[in-house]
Ligand binder design. Sequence first.
Ligand code: NAD
Length: 737
Amino acid sequence: MTYKNFTIETDADGIALVTWDMPDKSMNVFTVEVMDEIEKIVDQTVADAAIKGVVFTSGKKTFSGGADLTMIKGMFSMLEEEKAKDPAGAVKKLFDAAGRMTWLWRKIETCGKPWVAAINGTCMGGAFELSLACHGRVASNSKSVKLALPEVKVGIFPGAGGTQRVSRLANTQDALQMMTTGSSLTASRAKAMNLVHQVVEPDQLIPAAKQMIKDGLKAVAPWDEKGFKAPGGGIWTPAAAQLWPAAPAILRRETAGNYPAALAILKCVYEGLQVPFDTGLKIEQRYFTQIVQTTEAFSMIRSLFVSMQELGKGARRPAGVGKTELKKVGVVGAGFMGASIAYVTAAAGIPVVLIDRDMEAAGKGKTVSEGLVAGTVSKGRMTKDEGEALLSLITPTDDYGSLKDADLVIEAVFEDRDVKKAVIEKVEAVLPEGAIFASNTSTLPITGLAKNSKRPADFIGIHFFSPVEKMMLTEVILGKETGDKALAVALDYVAAIRKTPIVVNDTRGFFVNRCVLRYMSESYNMLIEGVPPVMIENAAKFAGMPVGPLSLNDEVAIDLSLKILKATVADLGEKAIDPRHMELVSRMVEKEGRFGRKNGKGFYEYPAKPAKKFLWPGLKDFYPQKKAEDVDMKTLQERFLATIALEAARTVEEGIVIDPREADVGSILGFGFAPYTGGALSYIDGMGVKTFVELCERLAKDYGAHFKPTPLLIDMAAKGETFYGRFDPYGEEKKAA
Ligand code: NAD
């Protein structure tokens, strides 16, 4: 029998090597067709008496990334359509769909012939669950092997037996930790956790897997043997009595109760370990069906899985412009940002010239990459040779002539119009025809900067976030005259450095900073009202923000906030800001000398390590303090999320952001907007625009006009619309179909 996605070669020992290698994909993923073929392979290998056992591996560099986008999208659209027709029947269909993988993997496990997974690279989600259903698991001793059940990161959980098998193989604490955080395991860590049997050199992977079968590997899972006991003895042991009461509390501390899928993992493991294995699988299937129907799962999958991949693959890339393979990139300004931009560019294998005012400054910029490389090598994530190869791609210089064959130049010089103007002119004097100039400015509108350019169509903004090597987002800013070629090259570059782009029209603060400023300014309002600072920080965390607003303000620097407030007054007049904010921030900076983390004094105090930072007690003397019992934590949480979501809605209303996917992904990757909501616009869609408008009206009455719902929101509420309905990102595709 032949298959589209698999090949089978049976050797003289009767061992069938099943190699998964999807012809039209760079990575193996689960589709309905793949599942159907796996089912046929199980039947075929069971039926063929000459086959003694199966080794299951991948023909690609990675093993598999798990489920496919289209399968996930299909499941949600099926649910939506069916629910409209027959709500109860829809849930039953969902339950059955959720069980397809579960029972197929169980079929492998109980087929009567030994299966061994030979894991040669990244093995995620359903693919790891398939491996766990095999009787043996061998992994390559390679840093490219990463094993994970990362479903919780997109609002669901391992629903194909993962919760039941991991908790029957590894000790409970490790199992819970791994699944509730979705973290990756190296091959050796997986072996230490008892999740793989052997770790071998890559060239020994298939022979070692076959050897397990030749050595008489039993085709019976441990839990199908009589007398099986989970590691540590299961639920009714003294150790479990210590662990289980604490587990939900620890989870609550980490997630503030915002992630139903994480709690469902605890339930699956706790309940599953008390029943026979097949019943455990059913328990998991039931919880999975329940979790998939939550707003959190729907919104997180949409933004963090579907949209992120679509944007990464160039959803906003103009059609009809050929792909640019960047042969050389110039970075002008080798300071804090430029030095790191050079690093991420070289890390993508692209040669970079790093220019500054003199050789010394340019060379200093390269030392940043040397430090980053040394750190990565010492952690074992890069070999010495790879590190040297990376560094050899960065050429520090003060000679603009070296840009004569660059495809793209990114400037990251001082945030000063005149300095930037001079640099634009110098670069354009040597830059070849058709090459693109990008500015990393964070505050200066691109359209204005492009006025200094002789070729504004080739001028664009590529706005990075700090720390550049860690932040996954970049904002690509279109000036009024920016052309399609510039956008295409910018997106090709962002894809090459493996970051996620959002494309934003020109405005003061672009998208991310506009939203972040709202977050911080709401914390100023709360301070002025006398809300105890610790309640402000905690409310933000309970709302799902990774960093409290005061802590964030310390990181970006309070003197920078003062600078921004002053610049806003200078450009837009006194009325553009709240004078009480200016008073608060200038008191912090000019009177108290508190600039933020950078001088060790901000809203927090920063004692010498290992002591932890703590809120500066003097802050309480600024305003008469409210009593804790007079402050409603829930309202504080609503204020933070609503003020950001309102700003995101304004950017859509103004035509700054035109695709809701970008506002959502940008808000999560840019400043960690409560990920369980799916992002700032999904937060609104999730509760319904009408409910959001009512919330805003209530907050406006109590906390000020900045909460007033905008005309767009009022209109959408009246019409019962959503952002994803009114600004449908797939509208064009649907029309074409
Ligand atoms: P920085 O002061 O650390 O670096 C600026 C560098 O530009 C310095 O090395 C300086 O020597 C060099 N430079 C100045 N004039 C030059 C010239 N004429 N020719 C060549 N080099 C010159 O500043 P930074 O924080 O890296 O910011 C750079 C740009 O990035 C600014 O536009 C800023 O708004 C933007 N930005 C900064 C951040 C951030 O977090 N710091 C984030 C996003 C964007």
